[in-house]
Ligand binder design. Structure first.
Ligand code: G4P
Length: 529
């Protein structure tokens, strides 16, 4: 197969949802279609169960599973599909944001009864800002839930999307009779045992024919006709380009648990979803069809075995062919490196590969050379953009609890931050270290891992910070900025990249500061240029 054909057949995407909407179940059904797994239940649920915050075994178990499910690849109808796992737990939202920099499109799963939930809102907002093409899958149609039109309204309003249904449900819950596949013009009848058999559906180019009544009954047929008419009147027609530009989001209905409506979703997905997309670097736009290799690290996973501190760096190939044992430039370190055993991912296995193509993810054993965001090239000085840090939600001073182990503590902290577990800030005034996290769970993870992997002990001290704001002065030499730095001295810190950060104690402080020093811009993410 030629290089261009390899690119054309790849689809790399992520599934996002609020926990429990059915992401794991849907992933598993997709893998079943690809023949990548043989039975349901093979993909382990990687969510942290409620109340497990102090159960370290659970955290370790989770880390193990999340390596296995970080990338799930399979072949379906000759397309190579790469699913990148996104943790649903809100304490790991930052991980999910970073993974979204490596996907070319996204499927959003929504529970028909619960509708749009908090975590979905946050994640979709990031996708919307980045114009990532999205398909919405409304799940659990076998249960009683919200009316389809109300739900579509909710999706439009709460998620700010412009939707168009490509399938439509016939009843729901107890009365769920099936779906009409608008995209494929087929009727698919729900029998309740679709877990075993997947019906291909009956073709219905014209739904006014009486056969429809015979199959689903007069009443349901009439309702379906009326509803489809309404769909046509209210929603814009599907347009592949608008979807690819992130301006239109097709919606599918189904039940992942019953494997119903999933095939329709997948068949449409491989047809409309984007092939590996160009990616912006600080220097230029890199096209996937370029022959020279480029790629970037979007995730780092620590080894579970404390005796071997090597880690797995996940690299998304942007352009060119990644070849085993070829020398590549690690741009940040300006160092040539060769990789003798790069891993590719297939279903829930990883294996050594000789070649990988744009859209693929390669896992590289790393002994501490890589950081999230690092770029690999064949020699070009290129830095991929777009792995920003967001302001953490929690802030604590970190104290060394074992004075003999301060070296280990700093090394451990440094490496954990490179993995993206949390963010480290250093106060300008006295050099004290502050750890900022998205969720409280990370503090326990850090403490546990410092002790078990680095032999260091730490304690925490709360810090009443509301948000970390990245500071961007209009002119670093002007008087206003000098005054800002003098007055706010106690609240200024540097992030790990050395960027100036203002640790504000309340939303009010941010507002006041912004109006008092209008030429000093405050940002909630580290990426603002
Ligand atoms: P998540 O990864 O998004 O967190 O969700 P997951 O797939 O684990 O699904 C959450 C729960 O919802 C699971 O039940 C799962 O069986 C159920 N579920 C998923 N899809 C459907 C569907 O189409 N219909 C119905 N009725 N249920 C669905 P659980 O009891 O929490 O877990 P389990 O014991 O079944 O694993």
């Amino acid at each position: 197969m030629s290089f261009l054909e390899e690119i054309q057949r790849r689809r790399t995407f992520g599934i996002i949802s609020h926990p429990d909407a059915g992401k794991t179940t849907l992933t598993e059904k997709l893998l079943l279609f690809g023949g990548a797994i043989q039975e349901a239940g093979a993909v382990k649920n990687n969510k942290i169960k409620k109340g497990a915050t102090s159960d370290f075994m659970e955290i370790e178990r989770q880390r193990g599973i999340s390596v296995a499910t970080s990338v799930l690849a399979f072949i379906y109808k000759d397309k190579k599909i790469n699913i990148l796992d996104t943790p649903g737990h809100k304490d790991f939202a930052e991980d999910t944001f970073r993974t979204l920099t490596a996907v070319d499109s996204v499927i959003v799963v929504i529970d028909v009864a619960k509708g749009v939930e908090e975590q979905t809102e946050k994640l979709v907002e990031v996708c919307r800002m980045r114009k990532i093409p999205m398909i919405v899958f409304i799940n659990k149609m076998d249960r009683e839930g919200k009316d389809a039109f109300d739900l579509l309204d909710e999706v439009e309003q709460k998620l700010g999307l412009r939707v168009t249904p490509l399938s439509f449900p016939i009843g729901m819950g107890y009365d769920f009779k099936g779906i009409y596949n608008i995209f494929g013009k087929k009727l698919n009848v729900f029998s309740g045992d679709n877990k075993q058999t997947i019906s291909e559906g009956v073709e219905f180019n014209d739904i006014s024919v009486p056969e429809l009544d015979e199959i689903i009954g007069n009443k349901a047929a009439e309702t379906l006709r009326e509803e489809l008419e309404l769909v046509e009147e209210v929603y814009p027609p599907f347009d592949n380009n608008e979807y690819l530009k992130g301006d239109l989001q097709p919606v599918f209905f189904g039940s992942a648990l019953n494997n119903f409506g999933v095939k329709e979703l997948l068949d449409c997905f491989i047809e409309i979803a984007p092939t590996p997309q160009p990616k912006k670097s600080e220097e230029r736009l890199v096209d996937s069809k370029e022959e020279k290799l480029t790629g970037f690290v979007f995730k780092i996973h620590a080894n579970m075995d404390p005796n071997h501190r090597n880690r797995l760096a996940f690299i998304k190939i942007v352009s060119g062919t990644f070849k085993r044992n070829s020398p590549y430039l690690h741009v940040r370190l300006n160092k040539k490196m060769k990789f003798s055993s790069p891993n590719a991912f297939f279903a829930e296995k990883k294996e050594i590969v000789d070649e990988s193509f744009p859209g693929d993810i390669v896992g590289i054993q790393d002994t501490g050379n890589f950081k999230i965001g690092d770029t690999l090239t064949e020699g070009e000085n290129l830095n991929f953009k777009g792995i920003p840090s967001f302001s953490p939600e929690h802030f604590r001073y970190v104290n060394n609890a074992d004075p003999l182990k301060s070296k280990q503590l700093f090394k451990g902290l440094d490496q954990l931050m490179d993995e993206g577990v949390a963010q480290l800030f250093t106060l300008d005034l006295n050099g004290r270290k502050i750890v900022g996290t998205v969720g409280a769970l990370q503090y326990e993870v850090i403490q546990y891992r410092l002790e078990h992997e680095y032999g260091a002990k730490c304690s925490y001290e709360n810090l009443p910070v509301h948000k970390a704001c990245w500071v961007q002065p209009e002119d670093p030499k002007n008087e206003e900025f000098k005054e800002f730095k003098r007055v706010k001295q106690r609240f200024l810190a540097k992030d790990k990249q050395g960027q100036l950060v203002f640790l504000a104690d309340s939303a009010f402080t941010i507002q006041m500061t912004q109006s008092k020093y209008p030429s000093v811009k405050l940002h909630f993410t580290s990426e603002f240029s």
